[in-house]
Design a binder for this molecule. Structure first.
Ligand SMILES: [Zn+2]
Length: 246
């Protein structure tokens, strides 16, 4: 098994100042992660979201207010972040990331925060991050359950190593359909922000080759060890190439 990412292997990120942190989705996870990262002044935040604020969002999407209903989420989030921390560098992209535009929109980011709702988006972000060689901080939430893992392309297991393929449409409800505990979203989003800060600063180990789960109903955290899939259709070819180049 390869060694986990080391501080020195992340030193390149330190020199990329200001860092561009791409936050994909400014819903429940993205609001929490973005506010923490803005206050930490990690560099430039680039917010991506193609949705508008709805009343049903407000219990868990902490940057949006009732008066923002109907506005693009990136607009209300960016304005709130700038109000909270005027020195924050925030860019907004009112766009839904898809298979056509993901590569060009996310290229050049120092890291990507997966704050999306929906399996298709999570697989797309994983595949794009691996292809670009950009670290991805994945998270997912539903009802009382949250999960978190970090993917460092070429070094650690990717999302598709573990979950292989999205469920068939309709088999598993989305967070929007199933509901989620608002405070759980905040917890997991803040953990994503801490993971980004660890990556950018090189301080502390990353949550690579591990899946952290949090059951907010039973108040229980667990950390499950993961292994790369040597037959992973996304990262196995890259790993093989990395080995050959050494
Ligand atoms: Zn993989």
């Amino acid at each position: 098994m390869d060694a986990p990412p080391t501080t020195s292997s992340r030193a390149g990120a330190d020199r990329r100042q200001p860092a561009d942190v791409a936050i994909v989705g400014v819903g429940a996870l993205g609001c929490a992660a973005a506010e923490a990262l803005a206050r930490a002044a990690v560099g430039r935040l680039v917010l991506f979201d193609g949705d508008v604020v709805e009343r049903s969002n407000l219990h868990r999407q902490l940057l949006h207010r009732d008066a923002d209903r109907g506005r693009p989420k990136v607009d209300s989030a960016a304005e709130r972040l700038t109000m909270v921390y005027p020195a924050a560098a925030v860019e907004r992209r009112y766009v839904r990331i898809d298979a056509v535009n993901a590569g060009s929109l996310l290229a050049g980011a120092a890291c990507i925060v997966d704050a999306t709702d929906g399996f298709e988006s999570k697989f797309l972000l994983n595949d794009t991050a691996v292809a670009l060689g950009v670290p991805l901080v994945h998270a997912g939430i539903m009802r009382f359950l949250g999960q978190l893992m970090t993917i460092v392309p070429g070094q650690s297991a990717c999302y598709r190593c573990i979950f292989v393929a999205p469920p068939e449409p309709g088999d598993v409800p989305s967070c929007q359909e199933a509901g989620v505990l608002g405070s759980l979203a905040g917890t997991i989003g803040l953990l994503q922000a801490a993971e980004v800060i660890r990556y950018l600063t090189g301080a502390g180990p990353l949550l690579t080759d591990r899946l952290l789960t949090y059951d907010a109903l039973m108040n229980r955290f667990r950390s499950v060890r993961l292994r790369r899939n040597p037959s992973c259709p996304v990262c196995a070819p890259r790993l093989a190439g990395t080995t050959r180049n050494r």
